[in-house]
Design a protein. Structure first.
Length: 282
C-alpha cells in the first residue's frame, strides 16, 4: 500500500479518538506558542493543550502537533488525555515520516499501558513504521525482518482485530520481498558460477517462502544449479516439484528442457550465458 493511502487508512482508524477532543477554547492562542524553535515550558490546562495539538494535526503540521501531544503527557501525566496524547504523538510522528520517533513513542505507550484497549493499534503502528522503511531487494533487509516480526507479534496477540487482518496481508508482501532478496543473491552466485552457494539460497526460498511468487523460478534455478554441480537426481526432483505445482509455466518448460538435454548426454546450460551444450562422445 502506498504511503498516502496508508496514512488515510490510519487517519480513519483514529477518527473515533479525534472525536473526543476537548472543548476548543483557547486552542488558537496555544497553537501560536508551539513551534520547533520555541518549545519552552508554558503551563497550560489539558483541554487547551490537547485541542491545540489537534488543531495543528488538522492543518497537517505534524511535527508541531507531536510536540503539543507530548506536552499533554508531560504537563498532565495523570489525566485521561495523557494516554490518548501518547498514541497521537506516535501517529503524528508517523505522518511526518519520522518513523524512529513514531516507533519509540508507540513502544513507550505499550510499556506504560500494556493492557490498554488501543494496544493493538500501537503494535500495528510500530509494524507500519518498519514497513514504510523497507528498501529495495538489493539492500540490507533488517528493516523488513523487523516489520515481519512486529506484524507477526500483532497477529499472535490480537488475531481477531482489523489491524491483524491488514497485518496478515502485509506479512505476505514482506515474505515475498524477503524471498526476492534471496533470489537476487542466488542469481548473483550463479553468475559467479558458485553453484553450491546459489543452491543454498534457492532452497531457502522453496522451503522458507513457499507461498510467495518466487517459488517457480527458484525451482528452475535449483534445477540449473544441481545440474552444474553434477547431481542430476536432485535436479530431476526439483523439476518434478516444479512440474507438479506449476505445470503450465515457462519456468517448468525451461526446467524440462534442461533435464531432457542432460539425459541425452549434453552439458547443462547455466542461468546466464553458460556453456554451449555438446554431445558426449561414445
Amino acid at each position: 500500500m502506498r504511503l498516502s493511502r496508508l496514512r488515510s487508512a490510519l487517519a480513519v482508524s483514529l477518527a473515533s479518538t479525534l472525536l473526543f477532543a476537548a472543548p476548543a477554547a483557547h486552542a488558537a492562542d496555544a497553537a501560536k506558542k508551539a513551534s520547533k524553535e520555541n518549545n519552552r515550558y508554558v503551563a497550560r490546562d489539558v483541554e487547551t493543550l490537547y485541542n491545540a495539538a489537534k488543531n495543528q494535526l488538522d492543518k497537517q503540521r505534524y511535527k508541531i502537533a507531536a510536540i503539543l501531544f507530548d506536552e499533554v503527557e508531560r504537563q498532565h501525566p495523570y489525566s485521561i488525555w495523557a494516554r490518548r496524547a501518547e498514541l497521537m504523538s506516535a501517529f503524528c510522528h508517523y505522518l511526518a515520516q519520522d518513523y524512529p520517533e513514531s516507533i519509540e513513542a508507540a513502544q513507550r505507550f505499550l510499556s506504560i499501558h500494556p493492557g490498554n484497549k488501543d494496544a493493538a493499534y500501537a503494535m500495528y503502528l510500530i509494524g507500519v513504521d518498519y514497513y514504510e522503511q523497507i528498501g529495495d531487494v538489493n539492500r540490507d533487509q533488517k528493516t523488513a525482518q523487523q516489520a515481519l516480526d512486529a506484524m507477526g507479534e500483532l497477529v499472535r496477540r490480537y488475531p481477531d482485530t482489523t489491524y491483524a487482518a491488514d497485518a496478515r496481508l502485509k506479512i505476505d508482501l514482506i515474505n515475498d520481498h524477503l524471498a526476492g532478496r534471496e533470489m537476487d543473491i542466488g542469481r548473483f552466485y550463479q553468475r559467479r558460477h558458485e553453484w553450491l552457494a546459489s543452491t543454498f539460497r534457492f532452497r531457502k526460498v522453496v522451503e522458507g517462502y513457499q507461498t510467495t511468487s518466487h517459488v517457480p523460478e527458484a525451482l528452475l534455478r535449483l534445477t540449473e544449479s544441481y545440474l552444474e554441480l553434477g547431481v542430476p537426481d536432485e535436479a530431476r526432483k526439483s523439476a518434478a516439484v516444479l512440474g507438479a505445482n506449476f505445470p503450465g509455466t515457462d519456468w517448468y518448460q525451461r526446467a524440462y528442457m534442461l533435464i531432457q538435454k542432460n539425459e541425452k548426454g549434453m552439458v547443462p546450460v547455466s542461468a546466464k550465458g553458460g556453456r554451449k551444450a555438446k554431445k558426449s562422445k561414445a
